[in-house]
Design a protein around this ligand. Structure first.
Ligand SMILES: Nc1ncnc2c1ncn2[C@@H]1O[C@H](COP(=O)(O)OP(=O)(O)OP(=O)(O)O)[C@@H](O)[C@H]1O
Length: 325
């Protein structure tokens, strides 16, 4: 469905130094540097996948989304989406894609939300009945009925994001590009948006490409993760593969009664101990959690015990360190 091959994109940026004198000099004799935003980028995405496209600031995520949505032309390489080249067949292409940029609005700032939707209906030539049905359905699920007559500039960030998502789906696209879709949303709206993304993916087989710095979004939604750094793909796999490679540590929190003991088990480190509570880190490559629990129960009277996976956030931090990005 999406085939990206050897994409390259460079930007020429003016180098500026501080101070009025340097600014003046730069005006007549500008110094440039080249930023390689995409560096021989290749991947494939099948219909119905939800892909988390992640990487640190400046990695090239938005540039990729812009190329895939036809806004930006790469210097070289190919990109085929549903058989079309986005920047060459823009009019046909936009009918099949929906785009939400968390930081930017596709809705008109000064007019009520519903006016923007009506305009999108005309732009995408959506038949009246289909438009009404889709609009009713989406406004209900994302709970924006009361916002339809409010100008966009008067909406809070979270309210606007929900309206943006509805706007991007009015023409029932086959692919949805989401750039930071839950930015600024409260906990309730975040869950509503995530559930909604899952629903349209499952029921309508909408393919979703999601860029976010919010790892709980990735955990909740993505089947597959593509990690990009300095314009290159560094890792492509499932969250489980990532976990089994980098997340072999588990955290054990134990509440116990009247005991002082030394655990002294290989692969197990006590990270905190206060009163009758202890937190341990277990390297599952060296020892099974069940073995640790059984050893613990021999040495103390366990009252309560929880086992947690290493947070995905931590795993990603390690990945960024390992790849030095
Ligand atoms: N229009 C532009 N002109 C000059 N440089 C640009 C332009 N757009 C992007 N860049 C540069 O290209 C690189 C990749 O930028 P991009 O916006 O794709 O990163 P990103 O992964 O989306 O980052 P973030 O997580 O901060 O949004 C950065 O170094 C950025 O400064």
């Amino acid at each position: 469905m999406i085939e990206v091959n050897g994409l390259n994109k460079e930007f020429k940026v003016v180098k500026r130094q501080a101070g009025i004198k340097s600014a003046f000099k730069n005006l007549f004799n500008p110094h440039y540097s080249i930023v390689k935003a995409l560096d021989d980028l290749s991947f494939q995405i099948d219909q119905g996948e939800i892909v988390g496209y992640i990487g640190p600031n400046g990695a090239g995520k938005s540039t990729t989304i812009k190329v895939m949505s036809g806004i930006l032309v790469p210097d070289s390489g190919t990109c085929k989406i549903l058989g079309r080249t986005p920047w060459k067949n823009r009019i046909e292409h936009v009918k099949d894609i929906g785009v939400v940029f968390g930081q930017r609005s596709q809705l008109w700032w000064d007019v009520p939300v519903i006016d923007s939707y009506n305009l999108l209906k005309e732009i995408y030539k959506i038949p009246e009945v289909e438009y009404r049905d889709t609009l009713n359905h989406l406004t209900h699920i994302l709970d924006i009925k009361d916002l339809l007559n409010t100008p966009v500039r008067q909406l809070s960030l979270g309210q606007r994001m929900r309206c943006e998502i509805v706007g991007s789906l009015l023409h029932s696209p086959k692919i949805l590009f989401l750039d930071e879709p839950t930015i600024g949303l409260d906990a309730v709206s975040k869950i509503a948006v995530r559930n909604f993304i899952k629903k349209i993916n499952k029921e309508k087989q909408v393919t979703v490409i999601l860029t976010t710095h919010d790892m709980s979004d990735i955990e909740a939604l993505a089947d597959r993760i593509i990690l990009i750094g300095k314009g290159k793909i560094l890792l492509d796999g499932t969250l489980e593969q990532l976990r089994s490679r980098f997340g072999t540590y588990k955290t054990l929190t134990v509440d116990y009664k009247h005991a002082t003991f030394d655990l002294g088990l290989e692969g197990t480190t006590i990270t905190s101990k206060s009163g009758e509570r202890m937190t341990l880190t277990v390297d599952t490559k060296q020892i099974r959690v069940s073995n640790v629990i059984s050893e613990l129960s021999k040495k103390c009277d366990i009252i309560d015990l929880t086992v947690d996976n290493r947070p995905v956030e931590d795993i990603i931090v390690d990945l960024y360190k390992e790849y030095q990005i």
